[in-house]
Write a protein that binds this ligand. Structure first.
Ligand SMILES: Cc1cc2nc3c(=O)[nH]c(=O)nc-3n(C[C@H](O)[C@H](O)[C@H](O)COP(=O)(O)OP(=O)(O)OC[C@H]3O[C@@H](n4cnc5c(N)ncnc54)[C@H](O)[C@@H]3O)c2cc1C
Length: 170
C-alpha cells in the first residue's frame, strides 16, 4: 500500500522545522528514522497532510554523558549510535543492555531512540527504560523549550504528551 497524499517538508534547521510544525499544527507529523511511522503511513493507519522530515538537520545526532548529568542525546541519535557510545555505556549500562534488544541491526541503524520514546509503544524497550530511570524529554517549539518527565509523557498506548508541533531531545 502507499501513503495518503501528503506534502513533504525537509527543513534544514530546528527553527525551520518548528515553524513548519506550528503552521501545519495537528495536520503535521515529524519523520525521524521512519521505522515506525513509514509502515503506519503505508498501511494508512496514520494519514498526516504534512510530513516534516528532520533527517537533514545538521548536528542533531549527538550523545553526551557525565556522572553528574547522566546521558543526553538528540532527536536524530540512532539506537546504534547510542549503543556504541562508550561514555553513555559507562554512565548508564542499562541503556546498552536494552538497546541490544531493540529489533535488529538494520532497524537500529535507522531508528532513533527519541522516535521510539515519542512513539510510546508499550512493548518497546526505550520508553520503559526512560520511565525506569525517571528520565526527561526536552521538547522545543516556536513557543520555547519545555521539559517533560517520563511519568508525564506516556498518556496511553502509542500516545505521548509531546505535542506534534514540538521537536524533542532526551
Ligand atoms: C521490523 C521492526 C521491528 C522493531 N522491533 C522493535 C523492538 O523489538 N523494540 C523496540 O523498542 N522497537 C522496535 N521497533 C521500532 C523501532 O525501534 C523504531 O526505530 C522506533 O519505534 C521509532 O524510531 P524512528 O526514528 O524510526 O521514528 P519514526 O518512525 O520516524 O517516528 C515514530 C513516531 O515518533 C514521532 N517522532 C519521531 N521523532 C520525533 C521528534 N524528534 N519529534 C517529534 N516527534 C517525533 C513521529 O512523528 C512518529 O509519530 C521495530 C521496528 C520495526 C520496523
Amino acid at each position: 500500500m502507499k501513503p495518503s497524499p501528503l506534502t513533504y517538508h525537509r527543513p534544514r534547521s530546528i527553527d525551520e522545522a518548528c515553524e513548519i510544525l506550528a503552521r501545519v499544527a495537528h495536520e503535521g507529523k515529524v519523520l525521524a528514522g521512519g521505522q515506525s511511522l513509514i509502515p503506519l503511513l503505508s498501511m494508512r493507519l496514520a494519514a498526516p497532510a504534512h510530513l516534516v522530515d528532520i533527517g537533514s538537520i545538521p548536528r542533531l545526532d549527538s550523545v553526551s554523558a557525565s556522572s553528574e548529568l547522566g546521558v543526553t542525546f538528540d532527536a536524530l541519535t540512532t539506537h546504534t549510535a547510542l549503543e556504541a557510545d562508550l561514555s553513555a555505556a559507562r554512565v548508564q549500562p542499562l541503556l546498552g543492555r536494552a538497546l541490544r534488544l531493540v529489533a535488529h541491526p538494520t532497524i537500529r541503524n535507522r531508528g532513533t531512540t527519541v522516535g521510539s520514546i515519542v512513539h510510546a509503544d508499550p512493548s518497546a524497550e526505550m520508553p520503559a527504560v526512560l520511565a525506569l530511570l525517571s528520565g526527561t524529554l526536552t521538547v522545543r517549539s516556536v513557543r520555547g523549550v519545555r521539559e517533560i518527565r517520563a511519568d508525564e509523557l506516556f498518556a496511553g498506548p502509542l500516545e505521548s504528551t509531546s505535542n506534534p508541533t514540538r521537536s524533542p531531545r532526551v
